[in-house]
Design a protein around this ligand. Structure first.
Ligand code: AMP
Length: 403
């Protein structure tokens, strides 16, 4: 069901309670080390202001577990937001209660309100109705622009929506739903998915759902070794999830019956230790030495995967091909990132889904050569696994709502 967007409603003179994702990385000294998420939120904030609305922003930061933790205060974020946006931001030192009320009552027209960390109250993650009701008093319209938390039913993403007639998506949320939705709706073919990362257990849903929809699925990273174990290969000391071998068998069966090409690595980079100080070798997957561990895809696989990506018209990627945090094992991941950028230059639509693959794209400064870089790792995987996201479900349907 299509959801109502902030673009569809009259905002003039209205207070707009907006869930944003300001869960930014902070240094131990309390500085923001990456303000991408704050910058990304500006489009919706400025949109609301340009349409005569007054944004009241709420977010979580880290996991303070229901307590006020000074190192997880959103004050530095409010300061950074004030620097980046054209208008003043008034910071409330709590998100509910008297302090919040006083700060918001003192708001001048044209100012934005910024509430303190939602998770400093246990009611947020517990989706407590009373906490949700308290939050709801701060606005007349509810906007959710935090795609990355939409898969969690928390007070600020689900509970609070009960109290609003107009519950709409923000511009970032719109972009995520449109881009990820296009993968499931009507992707141009060939459609190729590349999945990597540590564990197959965290990606079973997405692999299973995509198997019915893609033309090829390329598996790399640590999770490939559970597939090899199913094939009876000797995998040395490589990462493996033996308790998920039956599920992997089912996935292989599903690939066969849906005639989807499922490509596994043909060669890997193995190391005598988990780290960069060991001995490394490039070997065929049939020749992994005893006690050694596979930490990246090998050159033959890199070529095979890159060629498959070059022939695709729609590409989705989640999860590194190896332990890319260590330069010795980053070659496969970096090559996939480059192959995606090249394919996009040639007209393919490319989507990178959250987490480490986004970090790789950013490290390589390739983000502007990718069609869409998703901000929500877990949320994008659940969406592509075909699950409904509670934070999206809770928004008003286009058809049922008077605007
Ligand atoms: P995920 O969060 O599941 O996407 O996993 C990302 C993590 O997988 C990264 O920290 C990588 O270092 C790790 N990873 C990728 N390939 C391997 C591998 N072959 N062995 C161990 N860890 C891996």
């Amino acid at each position: 069901m299509k959801k109502l967007s902030v673009q569809d409603v009259d905002l003039q003179g209205r207070r707009v309670l907006m869930r944003v994702d300001f869960n930014v990385p902070m240094s131990s000294a309390g500085g923001i080390t990456d303000d991408t998420r704050i910058r990304a939120s500006l489009s919706t904030i400025e949109f609301i202001r340009a349409r005569g609305g007054q944004p009241i922003l709420m977010s979580h930061l880290g996991r303070p577990k229901g307590k006020r933790v000074p190192s997880m205060s959103l004050r530095p974020v409010a300061d950074r937001l004030a620097e980046l946006s054209s208008t003043p931001v008034r910071f409330a030192v709590d998100c509910v209660g008297e302090e919040a009320r006083m700060a918001l009552e003192a708001l001048h027209p044209g100012e934005s309100g910024r509430l303190e960390n939602l998770r400093s109250h246990a009611g947020e993650t517990a989706n407590d109705p009373e906490f949700a009701r308290e939050l709801a008093q701060w606005g007349e319209i509810y906007v959710n622009d935090a795609f990355g938390t939409a898969h969690r039913a928390h007070a600020s993403t689900v509970g609070v929506t009960e109290y609003f007639d107009l519950r709409v998506s923000g511009l970032l949320m719109d972009k995520e739903l449109e881009n990820l939705g296009s993968l499931l709706a009507d992707p141009a073919r060939p459609f190729v998915a590349i999945l990597g990362g540590a564990k197959v257990s965290t990606k079973i849903g997405v692999i299973s759902n995509l198997l019915d929809r893609v033309d090829s699925i390329l598996i790399g990273g640590g999770m490939a070794f559970t597939f090899f174990a199913v094939h009876g290969l000797e995998i040395g000391a490589s990462m493996v999830e033996r308790d998920h071998m039956d599920t992997v068998r089912e996935l292989l069966q599903k690939a066969k019956s849906s005639r989807t090409e499922l490509l596994l690595p043909q060669d890997v980079v193995v190391s005598s230790t988990f780290g960069e100080d060991g001995e490394t070798r490039e070997v065929l997957v049939t020749d992994i030495p005893e006690g050694w561990q596979g930490l990246d895809i090998g050159p033959r696989t890199t070529r095979l995967f890159s060629d498959t990506i070059a022939g695709a018209r729609t590409i989705f990627w989640n999860g590194p091909m190896g332990v890319f945090e260590m330069p010795t094992f980053a070659r496969g991941t970096r090559a996939i990132a480059r192959a995606m950028a090249r394919a996009t230059d040639q007209g393919a639509r490319s989507i990178v889904g959250g987490g480490d693959s986004v970090a790789a794209i950013n490290q390589m400064e390739l983000a502007d050569r990718i069609s869409h870089v998703s901000t929500g790792g877990g949320a994008s995987l659940e969406f592509l696994a075909g699950k409904s996201l509670p934070g999206v479900e809770a928004l008003s349907d286009v058809s049922s709502t008077p605007v």
